[in-house]
Design a protein around this ligand. Sequence first.
Ligand SMILES: Nc1ncnc2c1ncn2[C@@H]1O[C@H](COP(=O)(O)OP(=O)(O)OP(=O)(O)O)[C@@H](O)[C@H]1O
Ligand SMILES: [Mg+2]
Length: 379
Amino acid sequence: MIELKNISKSYNGKTNVIENLNLTIEDGQLIVLVGESGCGKTTTMQMLNKLIEPSGGDILIDGKNINSFDKLELRRNIGYVIQDIGLFPHKTIEDNVATVPRLEKHPKTDIHERVKTLMQMVDLPYDEYAQRYPRELSGGQKQRIGVARALANDPDLILMDEPFSALDPITREQLQDELLKLHDELGKTIVFVTHDIDEAIKLGDKIAVMQSGKIVQFATPEEILKNPINEFVATFVGKNRLWKTPEMLTAEDVMIKGVAKVNPSRSVAQAIIVMKKHDKTVLAVVKKTGIGKEKLLGIVGANRFTGISDHNTKISDIMKSNVKRIPRKTPLTEVIKLRNDNNILFSPVVDEDDNLIGMITNTSIVNVLSQIMPGQEDY
Ligand SMILES: Nc1ncnc2c1ncn2[C@@H]1O[C@H](COP(=O)(O)OP(=O)(O)OP(=O)(O)O)[C@@H](O)[C@H]1O
Ligand SMILES: [Mg+2]
């Protein structure tokens, strides 16, 4: 476990670029630091690696202060993929990958085997690539070698500072997938820096959103998407972000909030006026239970009015009360299945106290799904 406690950092005694930063990284997690350029991501990484020292606060690794570790020793146990790859241009790929194991003076044959394994792992076969120089590789291949080199000494911790930022979107996605696979297989603790929130969401077990040297929110991708802690995070995440991850949608994300309602003691004639006013064919029948709270009693559709000659008939007498209520946190997939299986058109959504908070219709679902797939309307 790595703990950053009240870390501050100023360069040359100027104002703090990191201020009061607290972060706990559990073993085996892939943590993403995300934030705008200059917010302090690289600075934070460099403090973990003892490349620079905090001006205040403590960094603990498994409870031991980082000051008690020897710098070189520590670095050999940390793989670092730096922001601009940093391969040695005059060394072959094999020599690049072997850098740290050679410093450690491992037996030559072991190192050779290790390099082969690592190159295989990042999908660059040894026979084809080992004797090339960095300039003879594409950007994506160089990035892969950067990752292989960071893994060479089997470190406990891997720091990756915007390793994929210079790549085209397809290569980038490929490397992201490979990284996730490696993380699954090796179970290493990884701290990954990016300024791209999409990348952060895809990769992170948890995401630390940074702003001006502080962590403003540290939470799972889902939590950050659904409950951004403030306006800054909400804007950074992007207002439409939610729609990009359909598996995270729940009933309350796809419901209409402004539901047309009627009191059960009202007459059919009054209900018709409400329907006309709201341009709706179905009303929720509710009873007020508190300020802004209305218990759902049932629904009433215009189809129920046919054959009723007495327009003074009360809504409570004709409403459908055994309607299927959908708890607001129900996953969208379940909502759709439930509606299909029971042939339901109108699904009231309720909170934990059975108060009505919205209504799901086919239109409300389609409206949201159409936002998930923007630009697809041209078919
Ligand atoms: N050696 C240095 N001397 C003085 N100021 C520095 C130094 N290194 C970084 N800074 C300043 O510290 C702040 C944080 O820089 P840092 O490199 O940590 O940002 P970052 O979040 O990694 O940004 P980017 O996304 O652009 O890489 C910036 O304002 C930067 O100008
Ligand atoms: Mg940086």
